[in-house]
Design a protein around this ligand. Structure first.
Ligand SMILES: [Ca+2]
Length: 695
């Protein structure tokens, strides 16, 4: 989540002196305008001559989150596909200059770069392995008045052309939370403080008009194609931009071998109950009949290959639903406006499998696997239940799912216990990919791949009822366009382990623990273990300071539960590797007191290893850093600057080696609490991450 529960969009800047709050800064609106203009700029004729089709193909550059896979060994989801970034491929278009600013196309691209193609231009990839399926992440412009466009992308293989339909109908959100599809809208909340003028326009600057489109975001979408034959390693696939589209931006492709569809004979087959596998007729009643039959027969429900139209929730309890695999079985629906709001406040409904409400006891023993859920959610309405999976489930599993274009892929409202989400792909969401909300216990999200969320990738939110004993393990989260890769809001004894998080953009970072949004306290031990982040720790637009790739934020209350960070790797942090922070207004009321870092590697920070902007402290043991851009410890404490030193104490437990431009990152002179506070030290861009020599 990136917006405060009190309705304020911004925390006040815990700045060192008032002058930095009022100093005019480069208008973000200007950056926004520049990024939209990019689509036009990128359409300029390219100078690069096209190599002939017969030229020997370049070697493929296979990456994970735009990194050498060797740098992420053992972390992140074990996915069946191989990623290739377009910026590493051969093209006669333009490689976008790498950049991490919000509201820019490059900033939202994987690896923070992509290729922009004018009509007829192309990018081509050499296949690293046999391939019969491809996923393309792309961006095309919005319609002039919003709402998106569609256009064909030509895919040429050595003996056959295919066409993939690109759309920007699910891309492009503008303006202030909860955003709009209208690029021409004025401020949605003129009575909110905004960073663009450092003012509340309605009261301070009634004539203020933001540049339009204001704060454009969510430029990308992705689409996939299953070929009817298998191509070999070394074969070339060329993507050619359509005519009539000023610029087609290709971010990356994923290629893989998809196995044959799964057939389940001993099952309640939805076709027997009248489902339409061609996606024309509403299949919800047929699926419900099959579910009812399954309750009697004890068999699973089977959805053979096909597209099944479902425009509302299917409520499930005590049933197993199996598809032929998420490349073959798709449950797809339109978002439907309700004539009267539902009791839960929804004004729309849409495709989704829902458990019974927790208030009604929830559902139990539900197992759904092997299918895709494709929604039709184009705007963010927080009261709408338009999620791929929703409601309350205990003792349930969700496996091998592909969820796209819903509001939140899987939003669970507990209390509930023992849910497993595994081996799934959740992409192109308006908000989170997964949120374990309210009293979710002993549940796991494992080996799941997340890309292009409009809010936190994976979240645990202990609102009202305490969460506990949950695990996020071996997941990959890429390019959340708002908020965090992985966020933990309160909870007891939760674990975040062996995940890979890349390229968060704004109002959040890679890994986050926050005492905020009305969450229950942190209790027991929150563990961050063996995670890797890359290109996180970016610029916080409202505070106007750099975050940390991991950031711990005490807002509603102190964080005095134990937080143990062990074995994490923070690579290429845009600003800091680690931030511990409070809010200016509560800086004398809260502290973060029981945090220990051990065996952590920091490779490349634009500024510091640790930015401390809260009272309390942390211990460090064997935290090694290199390519550190600023002072290792930027210690502001809680900004009272007493003569006894900062209110934040650093405990050196030994073995904290390495550093950067200023010398050792943990130098004796910084300990235990030397005030080194600098809101905005100059950023020194580090070299790209590289292998860490074995000790
Ligand atoms: Ca890219």
């Amino acid at each position: 989540m990136a917006v405060y529960s009190d309705g304020n969009e911004h925390p006040k800047l815990p700045t060192r002196n008032e002058s930095t709050m009022t100093r005019p800064l480069p208008a973000v609106a200007a950056i926004a305008a520049a990024s939209v203009a990019l689509a036009v700029l990128a359409a300029a004729p390219a100078a690069t001559a096209a190599p002939p089709w017969s030229a020997p193909p370049p070697d493929p550059v296979v990456t994970r989150a735009a990194l050498d896979p060797a740098l992420t060994e053992g972390r992140g989801a074990d996915v069946p596909f191989l990623e290739q970034e377009a910026e590493n491929a051969r093209t006669n278009g333009i490689v976008l200059e790498a950049g991490r600013d919000a509201y820019t196309v490059a900033g939202e691209a994987s690896g923070r770069s992509a290729v922009s193609l004018a009509p007829g231009q192309w990018v081509e990839f050499t296949l690293p392995a046999p391939t019969n399926a491809i996923t393309v992440r792309y961006s095309i412009p919005d319609a002039e008045d919003g709402g998106g466009i569609t256009a064909p992308l030509r895919i040429t293989t050595k003996n056959k052309p295919y066409t993939l339909t690109m759309t920007s109908q699910y891309a492009y959100l503008y303006n202030q939370y909860p955003f709009t599809n209208d690029p021409n809208a004025g401020l949605l909340h003129p009575d909110w403080w905004i960073t663009e003028c450092s003012c509340v326009p309605q009261f301070d600057l009634p004539d203020f008009q933001p540049d339009k489109p204001f704060r454009p975001m969510k430029f990308f979408d992705e689409e996939r194609v299953l070929f009817d034959k298998t191509y070999q390693a070394g074969d070339v696939i060329r993507l050619t931009a359509p005519h009539g589209v000023a610029a087609t931006v290709i971010d990356l492709i994923d290629t893989e071998i998809v196995g044959p569809p799964r057939e389940v004979r001993k099952a309640e087959n939805v076709l027997q109950y009248g489902a339409d596998r061609h996606g024309r007729k509403d299949s919800a009643p047929a699926i419900e009949k099959a579910v009812a039959a399954a309750h009697t027969s004890g068999l699973p429900v089977y959805l053979p290959p096909g597209t099944y139209r479902v425009d509302r929730h299917i409520v499930v309890d005590d049933v197993t639903i199996i598809g032929a695999g998420h490349w073959y079985t798709k449950v797809k629906g339109r978002e439907v406006a309700l004539s009267t709001p539902a009791p839960d406040g929804s004004v729309h409904t849409g495709v989704g499998f829902y458990g019974k409400d927790a208030a009604d006891g929830g559902s139990r023993n539900v197992h759904i696997s092997g299918l895709a859920i494709e929604g039709d959610v184009r705007e963010r309405i927080d009261t709408d239940q338009v999620n791929g999976i929703g409601g309350a489930f205990s003792d349930s599993t969700f496996r091998d799912l592909h969820i796209q274009h819903t509001k939140v892929g899987i939003w669970l409202d507990g209390p509930m216990s023992n849910v497993t989400i595994e081996d799934s792909i959740i992409v192109d969401q308006i908000a989170d990919a997964v949120n374990l909300h309210r009293g979710v216990t002993d549940s796991r999200v494992v080996n799941t791949f997340v890309r292009n969320t409009g809010d936190d990738g994976l979240a645990m939110w202990a609102e009202t009822d305490q969460n506990g004993g949950n695990v996020f393990e071996r997941n990959t989260v890429q390019s959340p366009t708002l908020a965090n890769g992985i966020a933990i809001y309160g909870g007891r004894d939760n674990t975040v382990a062996r995940n890979l998080v890349a390229d968060p953009v704004r109002e959040g970072s890679g890994l986050h623990a926050g005492a905020r949004f009305g969450a229950e306290p942190f209790e027991g031990t929150l563990s961050f273990t063996d995670n890797t982040t890359v290109r996180a720790g970016g610029f916080e637009l409202n505070w106007r300071i750099g975050l940390g790739s991991l950031w711990i934020y005490a807002l509603d209350r102190s964080i005095d539960g134990a937080i143990r960070v062990t074995g994490d790797h923070y690579l290429d942090s845009t600003y800091n590797a680690i931030m511990m922070v409070s809010e200016w207004a509560v800086r004398n009321d809260v502290a973060i007191t029981d945090v220990a870092f051990q065996d952590v590697r920091v490779d490349g920070t634009g500024t510091s290893v640790l930015s401390a902007r809260v009272a309390g402290g942390a211990s460090f043991e064997n935290v090694d850093a290199r390519n550190v851009g600023a002072v290792g410890i930027n210690n502001c404490g809680s900004f009272n600057f007493p003569p006894t030193g900062s209110e934040f104490t650093v405990t050196d437990l030994g073995g904290n080696d390495g550093g950067g431009t200023i010398g050792p990152w943990m130098a004796a002179w910084e300990l235990p609490n030397t005030i080194t506070c600098d809101d905005r030290p100059p950023v020194v861009t580090p070299p790209p991450p590289s292998p860490w020599a074995q000790p």
